[in-house]
Design a protein around this ligand. Sequence first.
Ligand code: SF4
Length: 418
Amino acid sequence: MNSLSPELLMPAGSLEKLRMAFHYGADAVYAGVPLFSLRARENEISFEDLQVGIDEARRNNKKVYLTANIFARNLKLKSFREQVERWAVLKPDALIMSDPGLMSIVREAHPEIPIHLSVQANCMNWAAVKFWQKMGVTRVILSRELRLTEIKEIKQQVPDMELEAFVHGAICIAYSGRCLMSHYMSHRDANQGVCDNSCRYPYKVYAQKNENPDEILLQDLRDPSQFYPLEEDEHGTYLMNSKDLCLIEHLKELHEAGVCSFKVEGRTKSVFYAALVSRVYRQAIDDMMAGREMDPSLLQQLDILAHRGYHKGFLMGAPTHQAQNYQEENRTAKSTFCGILGPKKEDLYAVEVKGRIKAGDELDIFSPTTRQQVRVEKVFDSMNREKETLHPGVGLAYVKINSEIEPLSLMCQMRPRP
Ligand code: SF4
């Protein structure tokens, strides 16, 4: 096994998430550049935030990759050239890209910026990896549809290419980057960064009454009496709603196969997700490198986050129907995120309130390396007035807790609140 510890690469959808991911153990983060990144609509990170985040990362020996992975139309080429000049000033550790035309623009204008091939490019075999290597790509983010045996073979055939693999987060029902569903359903093109998650909708399936299937007419489609509904229940079914990927139990195999970077999906997810997933995978990687078994409590920690059910994607073979969550679109959470603790002043901790906190609450507190249960004795608003309850939206407030807690610890309650 490679003696170098693999990189933990977390999403950074905002400057706050970038900071929390690093604080909780990420080695590197990826952040979208406005207009040229998938997840364009939810991108909260500005150019100024990127500058601050990259400067902070550099001081702490961490890395920031910028994602510019849309497939661009002609219309966007001019503005892309202009934007590349701005990104070059930031000196990112790499650009994550999928469009060969946009890559060639970067290669000509700024050959000093490394390019990582985005998962959107669907790199599935070692010949394709060699091709991208000739094009100047220094790292390939492997297609999520690859099996472990295929990853091993790719590394054997192209040993000097860096390989990155997704290990956690939401996945598409379609091959990444080859989905037209959202464009068809709502004119929002997934390959332009504006997917509306059409695969997560509830759908109803109908069997045709007409005995001759060749005679399906548009008229029939408009006439519900022509069809028998095949419903799972009265709400229909989420027949294309994939469960989320979770490969925490397979990090060792991936590392042995030659993967040097473990990537987590979720630029649009919460600060709690950014911090807790970083914490969990940091410990898993450190345990693996120290030769320790995986701590089973890590799976329980991942389970308290909102998710659609976990599965192992294609790593060990083709997924079965169990990789689908037919029951619900929304992710189910087993906890409520209450806030991020700040420094202690006299006997009160500052807290950035993210969920309701009541005097008397029993809460779990996570720091990067510790977990403890505490009782909230009293709560105070920003003017130091004692209250019964703090609600999200109050901003900074104060809590009295009889325990020593590190700044930037996460407060959560182990059951979702109504
Ligand atoms: S509609 Fe679903 S499968 Fe298609 S790109 Fe969006 S998330 Fe992926």
